[in-house]
Design a binder for this molecule. Structure first.
Ligand SMILES: [Zn+2]
Length: 672
């Protein structure tokens, strides 16, 4: 788990959105508006309803829509690159050779199926050879180096109290279900998922030689260990507490506290040389220390085998991948497996992301986009500063600090100035499994080299073709990869209304993350340090509580409500993001004008653009998981939520008190 804070969205969806071939100024046509509906009743449906009712979710997907990690047009572009480089003879060791051969090795299902589970036999044998806790922890450490993390989880990132230096950061881990509540909830949907998960584990044991009874027993042992680990997990709402996640300890203290974990030896086995580390969620490691003694070595071995099997299932022969998919199906509702090409595109992106990205930006990223974005970000920053000046609830002292932080922002647009080095990754066309391991080992070495070193401010936490954006509070930075600088977010040839309602809203959203419930606790240098007066911070908390209360009552499916406390940061960023983007739009010529395009005023086009970027439809199963685990509100509420709080929206569409989105002025929330 990399710590990527405040990512705009984490979804694996396709999009039916058509790339327009017409590239002339102001020729982006706004279509599909359902004029039989009142915009003030449900703006999401007013803009997206016609599309929503006719959109078919492909059997191989959990949803369909305009935003995603690798959206449909984006996947086609990446696949074109991969088809091209995998089909040609490239110099050994070149980026093209590594990317192309990695993809080819993953597409060669004949070779993969022939090997069965032979690639992981050495791993299973090393687990079999374990005789005591120290040997167990040694295997755990060795496996970690190749990407098979089990009961230990860490990343290397900025120290929250000294953001110029990277430290080792341990976090709670060890469970297979999406998060702790899945082990304890007893509703029928969760029970179905628990059952499917146990069946998945048991199938993996059968596929590696256990008889049906033994396999079932092994699955139960594994599940029971995970459930015990889960009892010590913080909930995803508790994990939002920035200060509670900071517990820097000396290795000497930890060694004393957790004799079974033997931190000194553990760190040395992991290849980590340091005096102190952060333990994000100490209760987990307290529990692990107890369980290492209370659970038999044999049961731990069973658990580790299950962990290795689930970790690698999709890199082994078809029966393993099928077992993995049978579980995914219950979890997300996706009916059939993704096409192999799509899966491999994602694996290459994850394994050699910055190599693939180099080929991508060369072919698909126009340099003019970067320039246009600079102008947009400048205007958004200006607009935010003005909003801070005008806040009626904040004192001048806090305002000055907030503006200082705003001016200290750094921004990254498109792709990194320097690329990651993949020279030690070995890639061959017939060794898919080993290719993946080699990439994982390279990632591990890359992480280790950062320990206790100065933070590299040029580093990127996501790959450039990814359709996303993020804010990283310890670096006080906002990042917009090349992937998001495309329609419907951004178009070099679109009018400002569409771009400010699209990428402008995204920029406003990302800036606000530095001032949401979590970001507000970081100062301009990226340290967790209070810069608020006591009174102002109390007022701020009252406002974020209003956001929590308002979103808590939004109903998604039957009795399923948005979790206000889980999504408060994202909702705050959406509410302020719209306002900042709107103010920035008002700084442009079109923003001051009233000339209609396609029958809509500039303001109306701005709001329509906001609804268009969240055009998404997902399966019910996927939606349940999303609401339970994702800090973002579902798409409909990312549109209607902020707009019902924003007075200019009421004016643009003449929203009346009897309409469903209407809120009296004193109930419209303004945080920033
Ligand atoms: Zn966000």
């Amino acid at each position: 788990m990399k710590k990527i804070t405040h990512v705009l969205f984490l979804l694996l969806l396709t999009t039916a959105c058509q790339q327009t071939a017409d590239r002339h100024a102001q020729r982006i046509v706004v279509t599909g508006i359902d004029s039989s509906k009142k915009p003030g009743d449900d703006f999401f449906t007013y803009v997206n309803g016609i599309w929503y009712d006719s959109a078919q979710i492909p059997a191989s997907q959990a949803g369909v829509g305009s935003y995603s990690f690798l959206n449909f047009p984006q996947r086609i572009r990446l696949r074109r690159i991969l088809d091209s480089v995998s089909g040609s003879n490239n110099p050994v060791g070149s980026i093209e050779q590594k990317v192309g051969d990695f993809y080819a090795s993953g597409m060669d299902t004949v070779a993969i199926n022939k090997r069965g589970y032979e690639p992981i036999k050495p791993i299973l044998a090393s687990i079999d050879a374990i005789t005591n806790v120290p040997a167990l922890l040694q295997v755990v450490a060795e496996e970690q180096k190749t990407g098979d993390a089990s009961i230990i989880g860490f990343y290397v990132g900025p120290d929250d109290k000294k953001s110029t230096v990277n430290i080792v950061q341990f976090f709670q881990t060890g469970i297979g279900l999406p998060e702790r509540e899945y082990y304890f909830k007893t509703d029928s949907s969760t029970l179905g998922i628990q059952k499917a998960y146990k069946k998945y584990l048991s199938t993996l044991f059968e596929l590696t030689g256990s008889n049906a009874d033994a396999a079932k027993k092994n699955a139960a042992i594994t599940y029971d260990i995970e459930k015990q680990l889960a009892t010590a997990h913080r909930t995803n709402i508790e994990l939002r507490d920035v200060k509670a996640n900071y517990n820097k300890r000396t290795v000497a203290d930890l060694s004393k506290k957790h004799p079974a974990l033997a931190w000194n030896t553990l760190l040395s086995n992991l290849g980590i040389k340091t005096d102190s580390v952060n333990v994000g969620q100490p209760a987990y490691y307290d529990q692990l220390n107890v369980m290492l003694k209370s659970i038999s070595i044999n049961d731990w071995k069973t658990y580790l085998k299950a962990n290795a099997l689930t970790n690698y299932a999709n890199f082994l022969s078809q029966p393993f991948a099928d077992a993995s998919f049978a579980y995914t199906k219950i979890l997300t509702g996706q009916a059939v497996k993704k096409p192999r090409t799509e899966e491999m595109t994602q694996v290459v992106d994850r394994s050699l992301g910055q190599a693939l990205a180099q080929l991508y930006v060369k072919k698909y990223f126009p340099q003019e986009a970067k320039k246009r974005m600079e102008g947009l970000v400048d205007n958004l920053q200006k607009a935010f500063e003005e909003r801070i000046n005008k806040l009626d609830w904040m004192s001048q002292a806090t305002k000055d600090k907030a503006k200082e932080k705003l001016h200290a922002f750094s921004r990254k647009i498109g792709y990194p100035d320097k690329w990651r080095d993949y020279s030690t990754v070995e890639v061959k066309r017939d060794t898919y499994f080993e290719n993946r391991l080699s990439a994982n080992k390279n990632d591990y070495r890359y992480s280790l080299a950062k320990i206790d070193q100065p933070v590299d401010r040029t580093e990127w936490l996501t790959t450039p073709p990814t359709v996303t954006a993020y804010n990283n509070p310890p670096m006080n930075e906002i990042v917009f990869p090349a992937g998001i600088l495309q329609t419907p977010y951004f178009d070099l040839y679109a009018d400002d209304a569409l771009n400010y309602g699209g990428i402008g809203m995204v920029i406003g959203h990302e800036i606000t993350h530095s001032f949401d419930d979590q970001g507000a606790q970081y100062d301009k240098d990226g340290n967790v340090k209070n810069w608020w007066t006591k009174e102002d911070y109390e007022k701020f908390k009252t406002r974020t509580q209003q956001v929590i209360d308002q979103y808590n009552v939004f109903t998604v499916l039957d009795s399923l409500h948005i979790k206000g406390a889980l999504t408060v940061g994202e909702n705050t960023a959406d509410i302020a993001g719209v306002a900042i983007a709107y103010d920035a739009f008002k700084l442009t010529e079109q923003g001051k004008d009233t000339t209609k395009i396609d029958g809509f005023t500039p303001d109306q086009r701005f709001f329509i653009s906001i609804a268009r970027i969240w055009r998404v439809k997902t399966r019910e199963e996927y939606m349940r998981m999303y609401v339970n685990t994702n800090p973002h509100s579902p798409a409909k509420w990312r549109v209607n939520g902020p707009l019902m709080n924003f007075t200019p929206f009421y004016k643009a569409f003449n929203v009346q008190p009897e309409e469903r989105m209407y809120k009296p002025e004193n109930e419209r929330i303004v945080v920033w």
